[in-house]
Design a protein around this ligand. Sequence first.
Ligand SMILES: *Cc1c(COP(=O)(O)O)cnc(C)c1O
Length: 368
Amino acid sequence: MSQYWSSLVHRLTPYVPGEQPKLPDLVKLNTNENPYPPSPQAVAAMQEELGATGASLRLYPDPNADRLKDAIVAHFAKFAITPAQVFVGNGSDEVLAHAFMALLKHETPILLPDISYSFYPVYCGLYGVEHRAIPLGENFEVRVDDYARESVGNGGIGGIVIANPNAPTGRLLPLAEIERLVAAHRQSVVVIDEAYIDFAGQVIPTAIALVNRYPNLLVIRTLSKSHSLAGLRVGYAVGNSLLIEALERIKNSFNSYPLDRLAIAGAAAAMADKAHLEKTRLTVMNSRAALTSALEALGFAVLPSAANFIFARHAQHDAAQLAAELRQRQVIVRHFKLPRIDQFLRITIGTDPQCQTLVGALREILGQ
Ligand SMILES: *Cc1c(COP(=O)(O)O)cnc(C)c1O
């Protein structure tokens, strides 16, 4: 607290990111990073952009990142989107933040699942957006009808934000249900945060397939998880061009150059390398199946996951204590001290050797 702070700063409750430990030898399964390196073509494109002298860095980057938008359009060629339907930002967190200010800040509250990405209520606090929490079902599933019920007879809503697959549960809402949600709320913007959708199946059930039919749908994506580029900070949104224009208006009132030259070059090449994405996402999905079986054999109940992490609880052992004991064995996982989920651990899918280290440590802790 300080007399120099604005009243807004006094009121904020900031997001707390997962730990990024300085110790090198930890098995780090706490922030859903990809354990595999990014596309070699992305690395080469960044090296090429940098060149021998780094001379290109003298110049500002393209404020519109057209090269990246073109690569995103090409990546989703089968959905026939145009560059005017694409917005790019410094991580999807920034894209989300702009969406809250540009499209979700109205007189009426927005609807969020009670258990979801904990950054959403933080943006509500920052931008003064009221929100109502809609409880997930007993098995942590999003129930689409509950949203319609909440928005009727309550003076309308300012929008809806859903992570699909949801975080930290990993549960997927089928595309048909997403469509039902978007169709039932045509008067407001529905944001679908698809940070983990590339891990959702052989065929990726993305809501980008719907954007040309629903002008109220905004799909937000990141290169942090499936493209192994969390350190580069690139996210994007796809939707109707009028929604994108709103995001551009906010961006150009805030920071004209959210993506630097290396990020534009690397992200464009990563989007073009579909073979690399395919290989790593299928590897992670196979490891997820193996880790799920191994944890079930140790007495964990594991929610069905469509993401690069699993959400698991043990019938006999306290989750916070398990997390602490794993840490003593150099394995870090995420535990949330929150209602309904405080007996769960969220465990990122690592390489198979990392998963085996985790299972070995748990076996020791559980005395099995
Ligand atoms: C990781 C994550 C993000 C943020 O991704 P960045 O692009 O790294 O900012 C957004 N939404 C959800 C649900 C996430 O898990």
